[in-house]
Design a protein. Structure first.
Length: 365
């Protein structure tokens, strides 16, 4: 081997070694060490940061901004979140516990005197006793169950007072892409986003015809969920409840829809859904260049039902603009506005009839 070849080999080895070190550093930094705290410029820097991490004196690290955004609503809402278990008999003085197989779903405390809201698929049996486990792992027996199958919700009562309650945020404040938090079993927490407010198709009437007695705008999340999350409140980044997961399909009931039932829960009054008895098109949903209006609801050609209290007052093709001065639009439908009232209430309807605006009064059944 001549001297030229010898120097060439030495230089080549040095270059290859240098490049291998650079590539290795990039590979470790880019793929193995995702935490920005561990970004480094040299191996000595990396070693020092690892030493810093493992030698911390138990001092908590400050949460990053994105962690704070999730941690704050979780901490705010958690005291009001409960787990619901089926009842089983415990023998006195025997070590035993509720198990995963006993878990039914989640719930949320809505009154300080012990009313808890959950899905009716979690607590559907009015005669059953349920165990409620709070955020401190204290266990309580239910004393009463009330179910509203038309809303897909149940309320469970425990004999406690001064309980922490959840705060609410209504549907009008929701936007697509909004970040939310959900609670599952064993402290399992998921973050998701609102994908859309979904109009559920009415299998009987057709996709664009709605009944004044049916809700149809539900929240749809981007994240797929399993049954462990049923009954969980959906929490925004202010720590407020915007809805309730009512079944495993991912259907989220906006909190607004539960208000009529919550107004009477625990009182001597019974919840009785008011009845108007009309079928209508929601103008906001219609994609038609000849229809300029995006507000209001037009009664269908056979839309005033035989037993409707609006019979003879509202006519086919009337366009309902307002109910009691509340405008019908993207965030408020006819069915949602009607549900705020009680049987026997007399409401003023602002309507357009052949381009003439007028106000008519109807007493709800």
């Amino acid at each position: 081997m001549n001297k030229k070849h010898f120097y060439f080999i030495i230089i080549s080895v040095l270059i290859i070694g240098f490049l291998a070190g650079v590539v290795g550093e990039l590979w470790v930094n880019g793929f193995l060490l995702k935490d920005p705290y561990l970004n480094f410029k040299s191996y000595s820097d990396l070693s020092q940061k690892i030493d810093d991490l493992v030698s911390e004196d138990g001092e908590p690290r400050s949460l990053k901004d994105e962690d704070q955004r999730i941690a704050q609503p979780i901490n705010k809402a958690t005291p009001a979140i409960v787990s619901i278990y089926r009842y089983k008999k415990f023998q006195e003085n025997k070590v035993d516990t509720l198990l995963k197989n006993d878990f039914l779903g989640r719930g949320v405390i809505v009154t300080s005197d012990g009313w808890i809201m959950t899905s009716d698929t979690v607590a559907a049996n009015l005669s059953s006793t349920y165990y409620i486990v709070d955020s401190n792992n204290e266990v309580f027996e239910s004393v009463e169950v009330v179910t509203y199958s038309d809303l897909s919700i149940s309320f469970i009562k425990i004999d406690q007072s001064n309980l922490p309650v959840i705060e609410f945020s209504t549907k009008k404040d929701l936007i697509k892409g909004q970040n939310v938090v959900l609670f599952g079993e064993d402290g399992n927490i998921k973050a998701s986003r609102i994908e859309n407010l979904v109009s559920l198709k009415n299998q009987t009437l057709g996709q664009f015809v709605h009944s004044s007695e049916d809700y149809y705008n539900y929240i749809h999340l981007q994240t797929e969920l399993d049954s462990d999350f049923i009954g969980t409140p959906i929490i925004n980044l202010e720590g407020e409840m915007i809805g309730l997961l009512v079944d495993a399909s991912g259907k989220v009931l906006p909190i607004d829809y539960t208000f009529p039932a919550m107004r009477v829960i625990g009182s001597d009054n019974e919840y009785s859904a008011p009845y108007l008895g009309i079928l209508y098109y929601d103008y906001y949903q219609l994609l038609n260049p000849t229809i300029e209006m995006k507000k209001g609801a037009q009664i269908t050609s056979a839309g005033v039902l035989t037993n409707s209290p609006a019979k003879g007052i509202l006519l086919p093709n009337d366009i309902i603009i307002k109910i009691e001065n509340e405008e019908i639009n993207q965030t408020k439908t006819v069915s949602e506005l009607i549900a705020q009232y009680q049987t026997g209430d007399e409401l003023n309807f602002t309507i357009l009839r052949e381009d003439v605006e007028m106000v008519v009064s109807i007493e709800l059944k």
